[in-house]
Design a protein around this ligand. Structure first.
Ligand code: B12
Ligand code: SF4
Length: 466
């Protein structure tokens, strides 16, 4: 059976991101004997023509659309990708009578609403490697399909998100028909996964909804094999896409050791939690090729951290920054400004903490995108911000009432005095022009790591000329 997998993600900021989920899905389907072709729209010049050519040449019997992003989570300059997905869907319908199924993290967040909006034949909520091949086996009887995570057209509910128990049972991602080298050239990175799931309960966070709360580990040897495969494909830098790389810390250390033992010359970066970051782990990460760590810090105010359900304090943030710096890792703190309980004073506390610890970069998002199933959605409803029947397709942001009217102006002022901080929603230090310039001169890894160049230049200008 011929299956066409399409990744319609054409977002280039902060970087084009290789479709790892699609690569996993492709290898799982091939392993089960399906004939698979992947169409990645990221770098194509004419997407309509690319779809037409794939459908004409391959004549798929089923199509899988991988919906990674719903929107860019950036306020006030918000972009929704759904209208484009709808055009892709319409183009496929125009040219093919094959059934079209949806999947991906974006789909998993709003499955019934997206299915209705796009008019697909069904979708898989959660992980697709086991369930999608199974669904295709019974494609003639999808109306009675009871596969985990399957959502049929016009249905409102599904059993529970599909989740793979043993990640080591999966074949490695299939990059054969995806242009990883181009991602490396233009996006500066490949990607790699060492686990799935997050057990924490930060009130706005969608990651546990997408990957589940149970942490499922991949064996460090398999992670090292994937890293080796990236190197073989000419990709020398990767992002570890785990929700939090350093939890559990023992696993993170084992992954580092496996990379070192295999002598894999991969440079990499990751998301990390400010707790669970020991001196030994920092050393191991540095030795294993890690260049930078992005902490999901959110706020520097103890009160707001508690409201967000964060299990760390400003002192943990200080400590983690110090430890990472000590071993020579670049440090980024991601902030979510406007969280529940935020006031002008708590914003000030956050900025003061960042000024004090002076990381390589700060990425500050304004407002928190609300998704169903999160504590934030309940709070927003209780505070009358959204109606009980809200469908969440239109990006809706939580911004604490006390600073709602002032936050953008406040942040714009701060951006002026911190020209090396990144404000995606304001388009500050994140642009295609800057990205292209840096990639053209061979800069690899996440671009925030290179804010240090900007800082050093600024600092050197302040030094009196003698
Ligand atoms: C790592 C990461 C990043 C890294 C990526 C680095 C890299 N080189 O890969 C960085 C920091 C660059 C990044 C950037 C962005 N990200 Co991001 N990112 C993630 C994260 C944590 C992991 C993604 C991943 O690789 N998962 C691993 C793969 C294996 O899983 P998967 O893609 O979900 O695929 C599985 C299933 O979904 C399913 N599946 C997938 N496709 C299909 C298709 C079919 C037919 C079926 C049946 C099943 C199926 O099966 C797959 C295998 O199990 C997710 C959160 C999360 N936990 O998912 C957010 C996430 C994907 N990001 C998100 C967003 C919005 C963005 C940005 C737009 C943010 C911004 N403004 O900068 C950009 C966009 C970048 C781009 N070009 O697209 C959102 C998307 C949803 C949404 N809210 O719109 C997520 C879900 C986070 C969130 N807050 O909700 N991101
Ligand atoms: S913010 Fe980080 S720690 Fe909190 S639930 Fe999300 S992934 Fe887990």
């Amino acid at each position: 059976m011929r299956i066409l997998l399409i990744s319609p993600n054409m977002e280039n900021l902060p970087d084009p991101v290789a479709p790892l989920g699609l690569a996993y899905l492709s290898s799982a389907l091939k392993f089960q004997g399906y004939e698979v072709q992947c169409l990645d729209l990221c770098f194509v010049e004419n997407w309509e023509e690319a779809i037409a050519k794939s459908i004409r040449d391959f004549s798929p019997e089923a199509i899988g659309l991988s919906l990674r992003n719903v929107d860019n989570l950036s306020y006030p300059n918000t972009i929704s990708y759904l209208p484009f997905y709808k055009k892709v869907m319409e183009r496929c319908r125009e040219l093919s009578s094959a059934s079209i199924f949806l999947g991906g993290s974006g789909f998993t967040l709003l499955p019934a609403a997206i299915l209705r909006y796009l008019g697909a034949d069904g979708g898989i909520v959660g992980e697709g490697e086991e369930t999608f091949p199974e669904l295709l086996k019974g494609i003639d009887k999808i109306s009675s399909c009871t596969i985990e995570g399957f959502l049929a057209r016009d249905a409102e509910d599904f059993s529970k998100p599909a989740s793979i128990r043993d990640l080591d049972s999966l074949p490695p991602p299939d990059w054969s028909s995806l242009d990883l080298r181009k991602y490396f050239k233009e996006g500066g990175m490949g990607n790699l996964q060492s686990k799935r799931g997050c057990p924490f309960s930060c009130i706005y966070c969608t990651y546990p909804l997408i990957e589940g709360r149970k942490v499922r580990l991949r064996s460090p040897a398999k992670v090292a094999q994937d890293a080796e495969d990236l190197i073989r494909r000419g990709v020398e830098n990767a992002f570890l896409v785990d929700n939090i790389f350093n939890f559990p810390e023992s696993h993170a250390r084992e992954v580092c050791r496996a990379l070192v033992e295999k002598g894999i010359p991969l440079q990499w970066s990751c998301y990390a939690h400010p707790s669970y970051f020991s001196p030994a782990l920092a050393e191991d990460m540095k030795t294993a090729g890690c260049t930078g760590v992005e902490f999901g810090t959110d706020s520097g105010s103890p009160r707001v951290l508690v409201q967000l359900g964060k299990n760390f304090t400003p002192d943990d943030i200080r400590r983690a920054t110090r430890l990472a710096r000590k071993v020579g890792l670049e440090v980024c703190h991601s902030l979510s400004l406007g969280a529940p309980g935020e006031t002008s004073e708590t914003l000030q506390e956050t900025f003061e903490l960042m000024e004090e610890i002076s990381p390589t970069a700060v990425i500050a998002m304004v407002g928190l995108r609300i998704f169903p199933g999160t504590g934030l959605a309940c709070l927003a409803e209780a505070e009358g911000m959204i109606a009980p029947a809200h469908d969440f397709l239109e990006p809706t942001f939580y911004i604490a009432p006390a600073i709602k009217d002032k936050i953008v102006a406040f942040v714009q002022e701060k951006a002026k005095v911190h020209p090396d901080w990144i404000f995606p929603g304001l388009g500050v230090n994140v642009s295609l022009r800057l990205q292209t310039k840096l990639r053209q001169i061979g800069v690899k890894g996440p671009l925030w790591e290179h804010m240090k160049i900007k800082r050093e230049r600024r600092a050197s200008k302040k030094v009196p000329h003698v």
